[in-house]
Design a protein around this ligand. Structure first.
Ligand SMILES: [Zn+2]
Length: 155
């Protein structure tokens, strides 16, 4: 007798960037290029809402470190002020190299843990552009946040 085999869910491969996703990366690069200040603004972000609008942000570093705000949060804040809850279809962050690192380019970086929580809270179906060697890829926010924090009774 054949034992029933449990079907393994097919592991999704990370998706490649569409033209619109590439444009989002470019928007994040332009944001930090125009506002870069060593030790103050080094990360740019761009998010596309579910309504198709693009918002950019840069990080706000602070003398008191815990007051610093990530670029993704600034972009999300701008989107919420303008549109309210329009969801996050896609989001990306890029880091500008320091002035003495002339050999480095502005490159896609992963969202920090706090931003992963924030992005998930505002849109659990959001997708994120993350580094992947030479070519960034798209992954669902849920994949970046296994066992997300919940307040006990929530499921
Ligand atoms: Zn962050």
């Amino acid at each position: 007798m054949k034992r029933p085999t449990k079907k393994q869910p097919a592991k999704k491969r990370p998706a490649k960037l569409s033209k619109a996703d590439q444009e989002l990366v470019t928007a994040a690069i332009e944001a930090i290029k125009s506002r870069y200040r060593d030790d103050w603004q080094e990360v740019g972000a761009a998010l596309r809402t579910r309504t198709g609008k693009v918002f950019t942000g840069v990080n706000l570093d602070a003398y008191l470190g815990r007051m610093a705000v990530c670029a993704e949060a600034v972009a999300l804040g701008r989107a919420v002020v303008d549109l309210g809850d329009a969801g996050i279809d896609m989001i990306v962050a890029v880091r500008h190299p320091p002035p003495d690192a002339k050999d480095q380019a502005i490159a896609v970086v992963s969202p920090c843990g706090a931003c992963r929580e924030l992005i998930f809270d505002y849109d659990p179906r959001a997708r994120v552009i993350v580094p992947n060697g030479e070519t960034p890829v798209v992954v669902p926010i849920g994949e970046l946040l296994p066992n997300k924090y919940t307040r006990g009774s929530e499921r």
